[in-house]
Design a protein around this ligand. Structure first.
Ligand SMILES: Nc1ncnc2c1ncn2[C@@H]1O[C@H](COP(=O)(O)OP(=O)(O)OP(=O)(O)O)[C@@H](O)[C@H]1O
Length: 263
């Protein structure tokens, strides 16, 4: 059974349809990226998986099925953390209240999790407040908070966009390590194909509320079939690609790697 199954998922807001009949199947342990420009429907699709759609926005058709505990991390770690609560307490509270641990066991687990996400001096870091940490360290804390609930599925909404490039690479490497070691299923939303290709073996490309292309990330990046995917890659690379003739773009719309063909 798949870890996540979206079947004919449509989402609408107060002013009409926003996401149109998405089919997506994610196997346990798989890392899939959802890429697309701002407003293409990535976040709403991701949020529908965990049932966290904004007020006034709802699933209007189709089904979301998940198998496994869900965790989610967001773009801005500062807004995900309470500024008046130590970062250690964030993790300890989840261990106590979600996992039912004693205070001492929860504290020990928090140190383990801070170590696992690569926070320096994890014991001392428990007592830090969010503003006392760097952006990268805060995102590591957010990951530790998500992991404290022992999720099997990790939903990531642009988790590295707010970080500078070097730190971004470190956090991406961490997510990839956690996925491998814990066998996590990962759904990773980003507007940046380069970022997705560091974590995800499969990618779905969204445009205007639809999946227009999907396939192995390496193939989609090197041989995009849909003109929209091509434009995303060109925007990232910002270099001419002499090997990519533009004229066959329309013909490629019916090529095998398009919506509905893969699974
Ligand atoms: N709370 C809301 N109420 C009404 N419309 C919304 C709401 N949230 C998002 N939308 C609309 O739904 C569409 C998809 O939004 P979504 O946030 O999923 O896009 P996205 O691809 O994740 O973009 P971004 O990368 O900017 O986050 C957009 O047209 C957006 O304006």
């Amino acid at each position: 059974m798949s870890a996540i199954e979206l079947a004919g998922l449509s989402i609408e807001g107060p002013r009409g349809p926003l996401v149109h009949g998405i089919d997506l199947s994610v196997e346990a342990g798989e890392a899939i990226g959802i890429v697309g420009e701002s407003g293409s429907g990535k976040s709403l699709t991701l949020r529908s998986i965990i049932g966290l759609l904004p007020r006034g926005v709802r699933v209007s058709a189709g089904q979301v099925t998940t198998s496994g505990r869900l965790g989610m991390i967001f773009q801005d770690p500062l807004s995900a953390l309470d500024p008046l609560t130590t970062v250690g307490k964030h993790v300890i509270e989840i261990c106590r209240h979600v996992r039912g641990m004693s205070r001492a066991a929860a504290r020990a687990r928090a140190v383990e999790l801070f170590t696992e996400v690569g926070l320096p001096d994890p014991e001392a870091k428990l007592r830090s407040y969010p503003h006392q940490l760097s952006g990268g360290q805060r995102q590591r804390v957010v990951l530790a908070v998500a992991l404290a609930a022992e999720p099997e599925i990790l939903l990531c909404d642009e988790p590295t966009t707010a970080l500078d490039v070097t730190v971004q690479a470190q956090v991406l490497a961490l997510i990839e390590t956690l996925r491998r070691e814990r066998g996590l299923t990962v759904v990773f939303v980003s507007h940046d194909l380069a970022v997705i290709s560091q974590v995800c073996s499969t990618v779905a490309v969204m445009q205007a509320g639809r999946i227009v292309e999907r396939g192995p990330t390496a193939e989609v990046v090197t041989e995009p079939r849909h003109p929209y995917t091509r434009s995303l890659i060109d925007a990232v690379l910002e270099v001419p690609r002499p090997d990519a003739p533009a004229s066959d773009a329309a013909a490629d719309l019916n090529a095998p790697r398009t919506e509905g063909d893969v699974r």
